[in-house]
Design a binder for this molecule. Structure first.
Ligand code: NAP
Ligand code: F7E
Length: 329
């Protein structure tokens, strides 16, 4: 039974990746940082099947000890400060987690066992002010946030450890991917959650920032499959993972409100509070290398993605309302 270590297992991608690895017959070790309250919501259903271990990207010794104890053959580094606006207000912390954290994991691998295969969760945010459309592996980078800059460091240190120490290290340049497990502050889930609440009469408006920004949005379970495939090849490489389609935030809003037969213009308020100091205006990836080498392709369209997220939020809020009614009955 192969063993895989997943950092960031409590996050959106970590939870889907852990499910996939369990299906593939892996022993899954999930690294979590110590918190005063346990936040295992996304992995509660598989908690008995994974082994949870405490460690932190800020603490080099914890990473070395985990590798020494569990001897994984694959490490997926998904942990990061991943919210772009927070990277503007906490740029140094973002650099510690999202940039230097990658070096700490790679150095732990170099010290304990350089044969471990490594996946780094890189991001389309590295393309930022895009230099080419669509963006592919060879497109020059131009990050527009401390998060994008930190991810670019993580990307290059991954390439550097591959070239310097012959480590099987891959950088997956993943475009936005979403699901009902997406954090509520990200725009897609913020929209679908608000649509469900407005439809059920729990809310009356949705405040958003820039509606013109365009993103290449895919479905998270498809994207974790690409991560796993990258570590199963003969040689390590870097891949863009994307749908190849781009849509504006406004299109997402229209589709989400349209699904519940409501007119978005009656509810959406633009609020300068949600604008960023520097914006990424347009992202659209070219996933042809991943298609050719990994046999990867997305399975969920933009429309299906919006609808499945709204539907999941409607069901979740209806469930909560029923529970609250049962308690007061
Ligand atoms: P997420 O939901 O924000 O999850 C981030 C995870 O990192 C959480 O489990 C979090 O733990 C953990 N973490 C944060 N700081 C840590 C630290 N110092 N030590 C240990 N763990 C720490 O992110 P996601 O959407 O699943 O994304 C996974 C990765 O892919 C991230 O690196 C993200 O930057 C990158 N990425 C995401 C996308 C996307 O569209 N989703 C696209 C490209 C790249 P807590 O639960 O304790 O907070
Ligand atoms: O913003 C605009 C905002 O926060 C998308 C992370 O997973 O994907 C994610 O980063 C767009 C931006 O994601 C609101 O200005 C408008 O243009 O959902 P987001 P992101 O910044 O693209 C990449 C690939 C990652 O790697 C990151 O970790 O939506 N927008 N109004 C808004 N965004 C938010 N959050 N909230 C708003 O009210």
């Amino acid at each position: 039974m192969p063993t895989a270590l997943v950092t960031g297992i409590t996050g959106q991608d970590g939870s889907y990746l852990a499910e996939l690895l369990l299906e593939q017959g892996y022993k899954v070790i999930g690294m979590v940082r110590r918190t005063s309250t346990i936040n295992f919501d996304r992995i509660r259903h598989i908690q008995e099947q994974v082994e949870i271990v405490q460690g932190d990207l800020l603490d080099q010794m914890s990473l070395i000890s985990i590798l020494q104890e569990y001897r994984p053959s694959e490490v997926y580094n998904l942990a990061a400060q991943s919210f772009v606006p927070t990277s503007f207000t906490q740029p140094v912390l973002t650099g510690e987690f999202t940039a230097l954290g990658v070096t700490r994991v790679l150095d732990a691998i170099r010290i304990v066992d350089p044969a471990i295969r490594f996946y780094q969760a890189s991001s389309s945010e590295m393309f930022g002010k895009v230099q080419e459309v669509p963006q592919r592996e060879s497109t020059p980078f131009y990050p527009r946030s401390p998060y994008g800059v930190a991810k670019l460091y993580g990307h290059w240190i991954t390439v550097n450890y591959r070239e310097s120490y012959d480590i099987y290290a891959c950088s997956g340049i993943l475009f936005n991917h979403e699901s009902p497990r997406r954090g509520l502050e990200f725009v897609t889930h913020k929209i679908t959650n608000a649509v469900a609440r407005i439809k059920l009469g729990l809310e009356s408006e949705l405040r958003l920032g820039n509606l013109e920004a365009r993103r290449d949005w895919g479905y998270a379970p498809d994207y974790v499959r690409a991560m796993w495939l990258m570590l199963q090849q003969d040689a390590p490489d870097d891949y863009v993972v994307a749908t190849g389609e781009t849509h504006s935030v406004q299109e997402f809003v229209e589709e989400a409100f349209g699904y519940v037969d409501m007119d978005w213009r009656e509810f959406v308020v633009q609020d300068p509070k949600f604008y960023r100091p520097a914006e990424v205006d347009l992202l659209v990836g070219d996933p042809s290398k991943a298609g050719k080498h990994l046999g990867w392709e997305p399975s969920v369209s933009f429309r299906e993605l919006v609808r499945l997220m709204v539907q999941a939020d409607l069901e979740a809020w209806e469930r909560r309302l029923k529970q609250a009614a049962a308690l007061t009955a």
